[in-house]
Ligand binder design. Structure first.
Ligand code: LLP
Length: 419
């Protein structure tokens, strides 16, 4: 469910015509819907009621401060993977006690920052990281809240590159190692082991692998408790998929929550979840303008002003994003290839996509671009980072302005010998 629809032939975000935004800010541009973000957060949160879960939005999916602030106002926490993401979350008004710090590559400086900030928990992924964290906390005279990230040897997700739960993935420690690390943390005066964490992949459309992973966690909690250790929390990660096209709907949050409640039944424990795509994916679109149509023997090619540098998911995961003209067109479709202006064949958004006949100058929206869209953009081919716009009802505002070539060049300089 999202708040993008045709009204009187004009594709709208909430009560704003997307063409008006394109006129005001230029294209390409990302546009996010407040109502959709809020709705997704609420649906996810309420799916667990009366159980109170910490819904820690995965900042990596969409790190725009206005998006984070929208969610923070609803009560969301943040799942972060760098000091930068922690700072963004704080800046957006997410309280430190709702921030989770994940990731395999946390540096000593980042761990120190997280401990000083007093985050909800640090999800530790290895022995070496646990030892580093213990040292850091000791130096700071602090106690760090720790969860051990378990690798349950269950992979899942929409693409191999986004599956994280198999034993050969770089994430987490084996169940047996998790027990050892938990005990080691419990014995350290500067570490407070709070629980276990897991995240097995992204764009997951089947509850079975998630259920298998959560059963592994449950078994570990029971083992730890039998050994006299306190386990207060489970962090179930993110991963729930969203519909990108007319595919069977992924499991609804209510089904997901019912499964979680079933697996964890009778286990007195608090839960955190780290949804990213589920909250932000269908809350954003990327607006783009047709530069020209190229004729080809096989089929015409639509050249857009958005490129793989703006939306890289089709290039690296063969991901499908729906494309809708901003002016509704009825009638038979034409098969097109849809490409961007970047000098790589990979800069292809779609092949043989049936779309209404389009012409140079027409505006289109890439759907489901609110997660892993703007955050993965680059300036490849010396292109600008495009603006991001937030809509709320009949209002819209730029929440990240265009990052221009002048600003790129301002960071560069010639070495002495070339002056
Ligand atoms: N928690 C952890 C520890 C994660 O690594 C991730 C995503 C999430 C939560 C959020 O997962 P979600 O609910 O969004 O599935 N760039 C890829 C997706 C990479 C996901 C990485 N980890 C894409 O565009 O499909």
């Amino acid at each position: 469910m999202n708040h993008f629809e045709y009204r009187g032939g004009a594709f709208c975000c909430e009560d704003v015509k997307l063409a008006d935004i394109a006129d005001a800010v230029g294209t390409p541009a990302y546009v996010y819907s407040t109502a959709t973000l809020e709705r997704h957060y609420k649906v996810f949160k309420e799916a667990f009621a009366p159980r109170d879960v910490l819904v820690a939005f995965a900042v990596k999916a969409n790190a725009n401060v206005a998006v984070l602030a929208t969610l923070a106002r609803q009560g969301a926490g943040a799942d972060t993977v760098s000091q930068g993401e922690i700072e963004r979350a704080l800046r957006a008004g997410v309280p430190a006690e709702r921030i989770i710090f994940s990731g395999v590559g946390k540096t000593e400086a980042e761990l120190a920052f997280a401990v000083r900030t007093g985050v909800h928990q640090i999800n530790v992924e290895s022995t070496a990281e646990l030892d580093m964290l213990a040292d850091v906390a000791k130096q700071l005279g602090a106690t760090a809240n720790v969860a051990i990230r378990v690798n349950p040897d269950v992979g899942a997700g929409g693409h191999d590159k986004i599956s994280t739960g198999k034993s050969d993935a770089k994430f987490g420690v084996s169940p047996d190692m998790a027990i050892q690390l938990y005990k080691r943390a419990a014995a350290d005066a500067h570490l407070a082991p709070r629980g276990l964490a897991v995240h097995i992949g992204s764009q997951i459309k089947d509850l079975a692998p998630l259920e298998a992973a959560f059963r592994v966690l449950r078994g570990l909690v029971e083992r730890l408790r039998r050994d006299g250790l306190t386990v207060e929390r489970l962090d179930l990660g993110g991963g729930l998929g969203v519909p990108y096209f007319n595919e069977p709907d992924p499991p609804a949050p209510a089904e997901y929550a019912a499964m979680v409640n079933r697996v964890l039944e009778g286990l007195d424990i608090s839960i955190a979840c780290e949804p990213g795509r589920m909250i932000a994916g269908n809350a954003g679109v990327l607006l783009s303008r047709v530069i020209r149509i190229q004729e080809r023997a096989a089929r015409p090619i639509i050249v857009l002003d958005a490129g793989m540098n703006d939306l890289i998911r089709p290039a690296i995961y063969d991901a499908y994003h729906g494309i809708k003209p901003l002016v509704e067109r009825k009638g038979p479709g034409v098969d097109y290839d849809v490409v961007g202006p970047i000098c790589e064949t990979g800069d292809t958004f779609a092949r043989k996509r049936s779309l209404p006949p389009l012409e140079a100058g027409d505006l289109v929206a890439f759907m489901t671009a609110g997660a892993y869209g703007a955050v993965m953009a680059s300036t490849y081919n010396a292109r600008d980072l495009v603006p991001e716009v937030l809509v709320a009802g009949d209002k819209f505002q730029i929440v990240r302005r265009r990052w221009t070539l002048e600003e790129q060049l301002a960071l560069e300089s010639l070495p002495d010998w070339l002056r």
